[in-house]
Ligand binder design. Structure first.
Ligand SMILES: Nc1ncnc2c1ncn2[C@@H]1O[C@H](COP(=O)(O)OP(=O)(O)OP(=O)(O)O)[C@@H](O)[C@H]1O
Length: 631
């Protein structure tokens, strides 16, 4: 039977597959199986150490169960061979009574084994996920540039789930099964060693068939899982991009792509079902074939008087106990190999060292306001901005491809620096360096005279506020989103911040006022309102350095005027970097840096730059035209 191999996804003309194709590309170079590795197993077991008591009880229960199951069979066979074969009614009752007690105990232990294994697996998975999340959150921006989102999600979801299965099932189930097989083997060898050798001879054949098909099933199952991830990812992408889809009348094209992905998914599911449909009957046929051989051999021994029928029955029962675990163990072994590959990936992610970290002797960036307030937690109302200096800074995201060249400037405390330039000129890169999201390749960035490398990122970010162009809002209320700037702020302080920005009335006028829910990307409120929420968030945080990527989207003149007033209030007293898209902002900046190809080509105030009639004057004309169009 042919197993469909993943084919390259085809994007319909005019529509890049983007996320879907990227996910597929990423999936393909990851190995699905890895040999058992003692190091990985030990590390996984290390995660159970905090639950050592539960783990030990679980191991004890597992060993007990490994003895109980064959014990039940042994007792059953003894009842048949003894009291039943000899017509001893009273002994039959006693035997059955003992059997019932053992059965209840077996299943009682089974309940706890099952429960503890699930709880232990959950605890390990929970810890692994939090560790991965915390680790990823600590990584510098360069990491996210290299590590694709799909991979991080894959580690957290399918890889961790595979590890869960391994912890909950593979180890404990295998102990029970191996115990069952060993017990059965000993009893069979003692009962009839000739028949036992026949059974042992059959085992490798069953094992080989099982392994072959299980590996195939596993590959199909992974392909089905991945194709389903592509289906859900495409669905998410389509819903997110619905405006673009409808705006460009791409509904039919996208529906065609989606049908293709569904067909792909179905194909793997069918392959999975077909492999299963071959394996199960094949295993059954094999068992029946072996039973036939045993019947012939055993029957001949009984007829020739070499053995008793009750012994033959006992042997058959144990042969079954010996064969049944083979299938289960084959499956568990397969899962163990898949889990090894997953564990290796998850641990590789956890072991990824950031390409840079704060120096061990990095110091906190001092906040003069705290000094003025006598070191108390609360800050005074004064907001002296920080002094930010770039000295001969060059920078490359990727080695050998510099995007900033020898950038030098000083942003004096409380001043506003506007960064202007065409797209790709390096505005955001300057901001990324000022925020210590990246480190310069050459030169120095100084905050209050201290090299940024010598400062802790945490203390720097605590004194820095950011308003992004996308105005990202988390799911929750407007109030919660504003409070993100200072979680301990009271409702009144949030309202005061909004009032200071002169937007209290606008936010109160929302359907539920400050308690209006804003969904993913702040859906449900307008672009202007979103920006005001972000301004209020930044104001509440009361940063000394403010970074603002001005929204490019067109906003009506009235909102524009209010935003402008709010912005003027927000930047007051703070050292501000504004990626400026509006003339009104640039006009009020103390220093305008004109960027081109990663270099500062002109600098000065708006007025002085206009009079130079150079690059800025040209940009200014474009800005003025854009502003005109908005009005
Ligand atoms: N994460 C990244 N990895 C690699 N190159 C990047 C990355 N981010 C930006 N660049 C490149 O760096 C250069 C400067 O980009 P930057 O984002 O600083 O420009 P910008 O002036 O802010 O542009 P825009 O106005 O479009 O936001 C561009 O050539 C861009 O392609």
């Amino acid at each position: 039977m042919r197993t469909p191999t993943p084919e390259p996804a085809q994007a319909p003309p005019g529509r890049p597959l983007s996320l879907v194709q990227r996910m597929r590309d990423e999936e393909e170079d990851e190995p699905q199986f890895k040999p058992l590795s003692w190091g990985l197993i030990r590390r996984l077991f290390g995660y159970m150490r905090v639950h050592a008591r539960k783990r030990n009880v679980l191991i004890a229960l597992t060993v007990l169960r490994a003895a109980q199951l064959p014990g039940l069979v042994w007792l059953g066979s003894k009842i048949i061979a003894g009291p039943i074969a000899n017509h001893q009614l009273e002994l039959i009752w006693w035997g059955v009574g003992a059997y019932a007690v053992l059965a209840v105990l077996t299943d009682g232990f089974f309940h706890f084994r099952q429960r503890f294994a699930l709880e232990l697996g959950e605890a390990v998975v929970n810890r692994l996920r939090s560790e991965v999340f915390a680790h990823v959150q600590r990584m510098p921006m360069g990491f996210f540039h290299r590590m694709k989102l799909g991979r991080i999600i894959g580690r957290m979801t399918s890889d961790v789930e595979t590890i869960r299965t391994a912890i909950q099932d593979v180890f404990f189930v295998s102990i029970v099964q191996i115990g069952q097989m060993a017990f059965a083997a000993v009893v069979m060898a003692l009962t009839d060693w000739v028949l036992f050798l026949v059974v042992v001879g059959m085992a490798p054949v069953l094992w080989a068939i099982n392994r072959h098909f299980r590996a195939k099933l596993s590959r199909n199952s992974r392909a089905a899982q991945e194709s389903f991830t592509r289906v859900t990812a495409t669905l998410a992408e389509s819903v997110n991009g619905i405006r673009v889809t409808q705006g460009f009348v791409r509904q039919e094209t996208n529906a065609g792509l989606f049908r293709g992905l569904l067909a792909d998914h179905s194909k793997y599911n069918v392959a999975l079902a077909r492999t299963s449909a071959v394996l199960i009957p094949l295993l059954e046929l094999n068992s029946q074939f072996f039973v036939s051989i045993l019947l012939v051999l055993g029957g001949w021994q009984v007829l020739s008087g070499g053995t008793d029928v009750s012994v033959l029955i006992e042997f058959f029962l144990f042969a079954n106990q010996f064969f049944a675990p083979l299938q289960v163990l084959g499956n568990q072994y397969n899962q163990a190999l898949v889990a090894m590959a997953s564990a290796e990936r998850v641990f590789n992610l956890l072991d990824t060292k950031p390409e840079w970290e704060d120096a061990p002797d990095a110091v906190e960036l001092a906040d003069p306001r705290r000094r003025a307030a006598g070191g108390k937690a609360g800050v005074t109302s004064m907001s002296p901005g920080a002094r930010v200096e770039f000295r001969g800074v060059s920078f490359a995201y990727d080695k050998g491809r510099p995007v900033l060249h020898d950038v030098s400037f000083v942003a004096e405390p409380g001043r506003t620096v506007a960064l202007v330039g065409h797209t790709g000129s390096g505005k955001s890169s300057i901001i990324n360096l000022a925020a210590k999201f990246y480190l310069p390749t050459e030169g120095e960035v100084l905050i209050d005279g201290q090299e940024i490398r010598a400062l802790t990122s945490h203390s720097l970010h605590a004194q820095m506020g950011m308003v992004q162009q996308q105005n990202f809002l988390f799911s929750g209320t407007v109030l919660e989103n504003i409070r993100l700037g200072r979680p301990e702020a009271s409702d009144e302080e949030v309202r005061t911040a909004a009032a200071k920005l002169d937007c209290l009335d606008l936010l109160e006028a929302l359907p539920d006022g400050f308690h209006t829910q804003v969904g993913e990307k702040g859906g449900g409120i307008s672009a202007g309102q979103r920006q005001l929420v972000c301004f209020a968030r930044a104001l509440l945080a009361d940063p000394r350095i403010l970074i603002l990527d001005e929204a490019t989207s067109a906003i009506d003149a009235l909102t524009e005027a209010r935003l402008h007033r709010a912005l003027a209030e927000l930047v007051r007293g703070r050292t501000s970097f504004v990626v400026a898209h509006r003339l009104s902002t640039i006009r009020h900046a103390d220093l305008v840096l004109v960027l081109d190809g990663g270099r500062v080509v002109e600098r000065g105030t708006h007025a002085s730059l206009v009079s130079q009639n150079g690059r800025y004057a040209e940009l200014h004309r474009q800005f003025a035209q854009a502003d005109e169009r908005v009005r």
